[in-house]
Design a protein around this ligand. Structure first.
Ligand code: NAD
Ligand code: DAU
Length: 351
């Protein structure tokens, strides 16, 4: 049994679906169901006894302790977070609540449980903290990609809150011996991505005939990784990562935003041409830049590749095509988000 937090979000849900599809052991999924949590993504598991869903906050120590002592998981994977940079700029409070204070409380609940485990289970237990490359700050064009020893220099309220959580996780290992693993991954994309993020936003806006907003000059670089490759990397780190270590995850797919958007437009031109025959790229619109916008991220994943034999399955070209195809084939999932129906369902179930 493993405990996953934030498993109704984009990456957590992809992780659970893959894990169970590959015959993995049962999962308790603790998720607060914020606007980003969508149980519709996990609808195929409704009758699967290996998926136990609990609505709750990672910062609720009584609840988390109860779950730990009741189910006795051998590991916890912490996906739960506020994840959207723009939201952190408009309102950082929730980011501090969940990513900083929430992670602290989660660590304390886990420490209480872990301390009482018999020695063999105690040694085998893992706390895997899922983090981001944004903690390293922005790279100059000629700088080498982020390695695990790159200095932390977060620039947004989001990345500062994630950096704080990474530091606490590290300290709980150093001070208390908690067997932690931290992963720092680059930008993900793929199925079930909430359409506030660049790639799903562009696909859906294009199809709806809306503008495709590009912040600033669109030359900011992100290093894109297909979400299922992130999930496989996490499985590798959980299985064989060394406690106390951090692992960077990325697939060498550095792209300027404008190129990503033009690629999506070109795929849509082929798969779902506009009624008037005009190219989707006509909908591109350059808008005011994001405050404090990081110019470039890039990941050096050699430690993960060499130590744990991980390799990504997708290139950007194969992954982005799969992603566009997925959105075209799953209009009902999209419609439930656009209409807000996914929230009505949550409120009816969990009120
Ligand atoms: P997401 O916003 O799609 O999902 C977050 C999930 O966490 C949601 O289901 C939400 O309901 C839940 N949640 C939020 N606050 C909670 C709380 N207090 N208690 C319990 N559950 C809570 O995020 P995502 O994109 O799936 O990201 C997952 C993790 O991966 C985050 O920690 C993020 O920082 C990290 N990450 C994301 C990316 C990316 O490109 N999306 C890249 C690297 C790392
Ligand atoms: O690098 C990993 C991070 O990637 C994760 O830690 C975050 O949780 C995740 O949200 C993502 O952060 P970004 O800010 O890079 O992702 P976003 O999709 O918001 O933006 C990608 C790039 O596109 C970024 O340079 C900003 C730009 N952008 C974004 C939006 C939403 C636009 O130009 N226009 C837009 O409308």
């Amino acid at each position: 049994m493993i405990l996953v937090t934030g498993g109704a979000g984009f990456i957590g849900a992809n992780f659970i679906l893959d894990w169970l599809a590959q015959g993995g052991e049962a999962i308790i999924n603790l998720d607060k169901l914020t606007y980003a949590g969508n149980l519709q993504t996990l609808a195929s598991l409704e009758d699967d006894a290996r998926h136990i869903f609990v609505r709750g906050d990672i910062g609720d120590r009584a609840l988390v302790s109860r779950l730990l002592f009741e189910y006795r998981p051998r590991a916890l994977i912490n996906f739960a977070a506020e994840s959207h940079v723009d939201r952190s700029i408009h309102g950082p409070g929730d980011f501090i609540h969940t990513n900083v204070v929430g992670t602290f409380n989660l660590l304390e609940s886990v420490r209480g449980y872990w301390n009482k485990l018999p020695s063999e289970e105690k040694a085998a237990f893992r706390f895997l903290h899922v983090s981001t490359d944004e903690v390293y700050g922005s790279l100059a064009p000629d700088e080498a990609p982020f390695s695990e020893s790159h200095r932390y220099k977060p620039n947004s309220p989001y990345s500062a809150s994630k950096a704080a959580s990474d530091h606490m996780v590290r300290a709980w290992h150093h001070t208390y011996g908690l067997p932690v693993l931290t992963t720092n991954c680059s930008n993900n994309y793929g199925p079930y991505h909430f359409p506030e993020k660049l790639i799903p936003l562009v696909i859906l806006n294009a199809l709806a005939g809306k503008e495709l907003p590009i912040y600033g000059d669109g030359m900011q670089v992100r290093d894109w990784l297909y979400v299922k490759d992130h999930c496989s990397a996490i499985r590798h780190v959980l299985a064989n990562g060394r406690p106390g270590e951090t692992y960077n995850i990325g697939g060498r797919n550095e792209k300027p935003n404008i190129e990503v958007v033009r690629t999506i437009c070109a795929i849509l031109d082929q798969l779902a041409p506009r009624a008037d025959g005009a190219p989707y790229a006509q909908q591109i619109s350059f808008v005011t830049d994001r405050p404090g916008h990081d110019r470039r991220y890039a990941i050096d994943a050699r430690k993960l590749e060499q130590e744990l034999s991980w390799t990504p399955a997708e290139t950007f070209e194969t992954g982005i095509r799969k992603t566009v195809e997925w959105y075209l084939a799953n209009q009902d999932w999209v419609e439930n988000i656009s209409s807000g129906a996914y929230r009505e369902w949550v409120e009816k179930q969990y009120g």
